[in-house]
Design a protein around this ligand. Structure first.
Ligand code: HEC
Length: 157
């Protein structure tokens, strides 16, 4: 085979592969995969939120550097959560989810709850850099309220 025909074959193979990728995207993620993705995101959020809560309650000594690091992860993950809720990935489609069907019948409200969480998390990451304990604790409280508000309405107990 000469160089040119090899080139054409390779191009054809690459084109085929990228068309397949596009088709896979068009079909969207599998409900099971979406559930696993969002649960992983919330696991990371919980992992980082918990030690901050312990500090706020005074169960462990306040550590400004640790708070700043945890707050950054929560901020980042808050922006990654929404895409884990594609249509058709609710309790009708997946068994092991705690997500309520109301998410998809009430999408606007769910999106707003997520936006509130993102806003407060971003503020928390911001004030955490400042290291002011009282300000951080107050902002932690506001952020925790946004978790509770969404769980109360959209997550099974
Ligand atoms: C806009 C809605 C919303 C917000 C805000 C939110 N959550 Fe959740 N969270 C959910 C839903 C829905 C589930 C259930 C996901 C599932 O099982 O498919 C969940 C699940 C979880 C889980 C369990 C994950 C697992 O392993 O199954 C943890 C932990 C969690 N959230 C922590 C938090 C914390 C901490 C915050 C705030 C810092 C927060 N969430 C903010 C909606 C939200």
């Amino acid at each position: 085979m000469n160089r040119k025909s090899l080139g054409i074959r390779l191009t054809g193979a690459l084109l085929g592969a990228s068309l397949l990728t596009m088709a896979a995207h068009a079909a969207g993620p599998k409900p099971e995969d979406a559930m696993e993705y969002r649960q992983s995101v919330f696991n990371i959020i919980g992992w980082n939120f918990k030690p901050m809560g312990a500090m706020v309650k005074g169960e462990v000594p306040f550590d400004a550097a640790a708070v700043a690091r945890h707050a950054q992860y929560v901020d980042l993950m808050s922006k990654a959560a929404l895409e884990g809720f594609p249509k058709g990935s609710g309790p009708d489609a997946v068994e092991d989810t705690d997500a309520k069907a109301d998410i998809w019948t009430n999408w606007g409200k769910f999106e707003t709850a997520m936006k509130n969480f993102q806003q407060e998390s971003a503020k928390l990451a911001e004030v955490a850099k400042g290291g002011d304990e009282a300000v951080i604790k107050a902002q932690f409280g506001k952020t925790a309220e946004t978790c509770k508000a969404c769980h109360k309405e959209f997550r099974k107990d």
